[in-house]
Design a protein around this ligand. Sequence first.
Ligand code: 9Z3
Length: 299
Amino acid sequence: MDITNGLGVPQETLDAEIKSFFESAPPLKNSDDIGNGEARRVVCVTSGGTTVPLEQRCVRFIDNFSSGHRGATSTEYFIKAGYAVIFLYRRGSYQPYCRSLPEDPLLECFEYTDESSIRVRESHSEAVKKAISEHHAAVAEGFLLKLPFTTIFEYLQMLQMVATSLRSLGAHAMFYLAAAVSDFYVPWKSMAEHKIQSASGPLDMRLVQVPKMLSVLRKDWAPMAFCISFKADMALKKYKMHMVVANELLTRKDEVVVVTSNEKILVHRDKTEVGDVVENPLIRVIVERHSAYVEKSDI
Ligand code: 9Z3
């Protein structure tokens, strides 16, 4: 059969012409910048809890606890290690570089002067300077992209978009899934449109299970990416995660256990050093294992 391209030229001839065109073209001068050079390492860090709305015009919702501290802090260390970070975070949760600022920085860090201008209070000037300059540098140099979510619907759709966009990076992409993701949700179609009325007596509601997206992420969205989850049960085997970080709610800021298919590493913060956080040694271990993974997949 003669397959033509609509111009009456057989496909085989066209393929040969295309091949000969590229073989004889002079090499592109800036090809390294475009993508032929050392591929950039990109990590998608998810952070904060997802909500499950109970009404379409949402008044009530179910929430998953996560302050976003783990995700925000880890982001800083990934950027320090040379990674570009896509920070997929819950609106209102902790932000990278803002850990040392007070809860309401605008009202607490600044003051109104007699000369009708606004200045940084002396007591907070170091923290503010550091936060602004490090954040600005990360964003300006293309190392930090922040994407906010609130609901489980937004979170999973955005995760899918990020994952399929990073697919072409292969093993150079990483997913660090620190967000606390709802296990159950109310499907949009069976959800009340307006606020559920309290006058109608007890509330019956059916929550269905959120499909296991970790498997889909590994299998279809970004099959080559290095994946780390924080959900311990079965994640390594069932969802084919490369690493699981196990933590307990009460001790999560001091120590975690990194589990891979053949090791269990206890990682803890250096208590002798003021201000050291567990994410510092944790990200070091992860970057080491990711580098080994990239090297193996490059062969
Ligand atoms: C974690 O375990 C995170 O490390 C924490 C971090 C949420 C404990 P913070 O944000 O806390 O620093 O306050 N994340 C995963 C939580 C988790 O296992 N979620 C389950 C899931 O992803 C459902 S609850 O499926």
